[in-house]
Design a protein around this ligand. Structure first.
Ligand code: NAD
Length: 338
């Protein structure tokens, strides 16, 4: 009797897999709820935001390979694309404030890096290329929510670089027929987030008795998405999404920065005397809000994490993992929100 031949695993190249969201995606793919037959290669440059410790829970997994390298390295990327079925592209410069003080690295990594990856994916006819974009590409919306057909109107250099990459990715689908799928998500939160974005910055500062900077009048509104929900949505798009399509991914909890600050103060046992009001960020978008009906109806995605519970667990994680963030604090900026 001949046994059926074992199917080779799906080989997934995850760029930026040592960052906050990318590492969560990798830990999920290789964890108990991940797909059965998958091999993951992380390509990460390990910038200030990348950290091998984010992959510690799966570091010994036999299906994980780590490549320390740059998405702009055309030879390296070409070689990797040849050996992979799918690409899930998280790697980026991701902090708006840094893009305001210096946009060059954002253009180099987010735009040129994406183009290098797309070219390699095309040359080797990668099966699926999931490009992780952001709700910030739409600009700012005073009321209502953007659907995927909204024209892009980014305001910050970060958002403009992401919009450029997002449009390039879609162009590779329209021009070359490459199976590109784009996701645009709202503000993520959860464990392992580098302490420069608002939730981990405020949490780590408050846990060490410090002060936190609140931009302007604190009335800017963000929709919060737990990173668990985000990676579940990304995986649904990789497995069941359609080529050339854009999927908004929302979290379902809109809060002003002031409301968020109040919740974090309470969770950390601090009061408003720890809050310093600072001058507003230049060009600060007032509100982001995505309509995620499409991914709900097509791919059965719904955010599943209750925000109160998710925030409490996130703060608890930072309380318990000072070894992870303590060494990172000297490198963080004073400014906060994404
Ligand atoms: P992050 O800053 O935590 O991680 C980025 C990772 O990319 C790091 O590991 C870094 O080392 C790596 N990287 C940067 N430049 C690289 C290069 N040239 N070559 C290879 N690796 C490189 O970012 P994140 O918060 O995990 O965001 C991941 C993706 O999701 C980004 O594309 C970001 O634009 C997008 N996004 C994030 C959020 C959010 O709330 N964090 C919201 C919407 C969209």
């Amino acid at each position: 009797m001949t046994l059926p031949a074992q199917q080779p695993p799906t080989r997934v190249l995850v760029t930026g897999g040592a960052g906050f969201i990318g590492s969560h995606y990798v830990r999920t793919l290789l964890g108990p709820t991940g797909p059965d037959h998958v091999a993951v290669t992380v390509l990460d440059r390990l910038t200030y935001a990348g950290n091998r410790a984010n992959l510690a829970p799966v570091a010994d997994h036999p299906a994980l390979a780590f490549v320390h390298g740059d998405i702009r390295d055309a030879d390296l990327v070409d070689h990797l694309a040849a050996d992979h079925d799918d690409v899930v592209h998280f790697a980026a410069e991701s902090h708006v404030d840094r893009s305001i003080t210096g946009a060059a690295e954002f253009v180099r990594t987010n735009v040129l890096g994406t183009q290098v990856l797309l070219d390699a994916a095309l040359r080797h006819r990668v099966r699926t290329f999931v490009h992780i974009s952001t709700d910030e590409v739409y600009g700012s919306i005073p009321a209502g929510s953007w659907t995927e057909s909204e024209p892009l109107a980014p305001n910050s250099p970060y958002a403009a670089s992401k919009a450029s990459a997002d449009l390039l990715a879609l162009a590779y689908h329209r021009t070359h027929g490459l199976d590109v799928r784009v996701t645009r998500c709202s503000n993520n939160y959860g464990p392992y987030q580098y302490p420069e974005k608002v939730i981990p910055l405020f949490t780590t500062r408050l846990l060490t008795g410090g002060a936190v900077p609140l931009y302007g009048d604190g009335s800017h509104v963000r929709d919060w998405l737990h990173v668990d929900d985000h990676v579940r949505a990304v995986e649904a798009v990789r497995l069941r999404g359609r080529a050339g399509e854009v999927y908004n991914i929302g979290g379902g909890t809109e809060l002003t920065n002031r409301e968020l600050t109040a919740l974090l103060l309470e969770a950390c046992g601090a009061d408003w005397s720890h809050v310093t009001h600072v001058e507003d960020r230049k060009g600060h978008d007032r509100r982001y809000s995505v309509d995620w009906t499409k991914i709900r109806d097509e791919l059965d995605y719904r955010p599943g994490t209750d925000f109160t519970k998710g925030l409490a667990e996130t703060v608890a994680w930072y309380r318990q993992n000072r070894d992870w963030w303590g060494p990172l604090l000297p490198g963080t900026r004073v400014v906060a929100a994404r």
